[in-house]
Design a protein around this ligand. Sequence first.
Ligand code: R5P
Length: 290
Amino acid sequence: MRVILPMPGNEAMAGALAERLDAELGVLDWRRFPDSEAYVRIASEVRGKRVYIVCTLANPDPQILTLIFAAAAARECGAESVHLIAPYLAYMRQDRRFKPGEAVSATHFARLISQHFDALVTVDPHLHRIRALETIFSIPTHVGAAAPLLGEWIAQNVGAALIIGPDQESEQWAAEVARSAGAPHVVASKLRIDDEQVRVELPDLSAWSGRRPVLADDIVSSGRTMIEASRVLAARGMAKPYCLAIHAVFAPGAFDHLAQLSERVVTTDTIAHPSNAISVVDTLARLIAS
Ligand code: R5P
């Protein structure tokens, strides 16, 4: 028997998963004490059941202790196993030490999650220098792929698209989106100067001048990558791009800025956002059921 338990803010995703899996939708009572410490109570019967806690991890710091308390409480209430469903998995981008003394947060975060959960289900974690989640997590990890979903959306909504991956590392992924979309693809080259500044260079696009550019990336965070790429496209006289991303992290102001430069901004529902137009519910449900 499965119980799908939403952390605060994850009720819609948890409800959709429970319905899709014909599973029980559990209840978690949560509030802050006057001193801002967290109160957590598992308000559903979980004894002998497999508990799937749904918590997308955008803005992880204010959520992580509450999530760990919920996992511990579920275990103390007799859950058979406790799984984390994190449609967006945080802290995967600081994956090496660039300067002496830096915390490699990807490995520390993976260790923390592995201590409290029996398994992890997520969608397209940002894996760059870390080859696979199992190299940093000590629990089973199950990863859904959203590239085919982005490709299908493009095929249905954009005529004569040209898929543009934002950097050299996105080559394979952009090719996968392009294959599903039935469209050609190119990749840009990107130099990140600091947290807020990137330089994007595009290859010669003259062969594709009749096509609609579609920028496809895994994450939009500060938005600088897509904003700069959109600017370069405009300077080349290309049409306004569609900007597609899996994870709608969006730092304050990023979405509005990008929306001005693009035909449309489209994301999946790994993080709830007004730009969500592609659902990963079926992808997650298949992984949970397998
Ligand atoms: C980086 O390698 C990722 O694939 C994204 O391009 C990056 O995380 C986007 O970040 P931002 O929106 O801050 O430019």
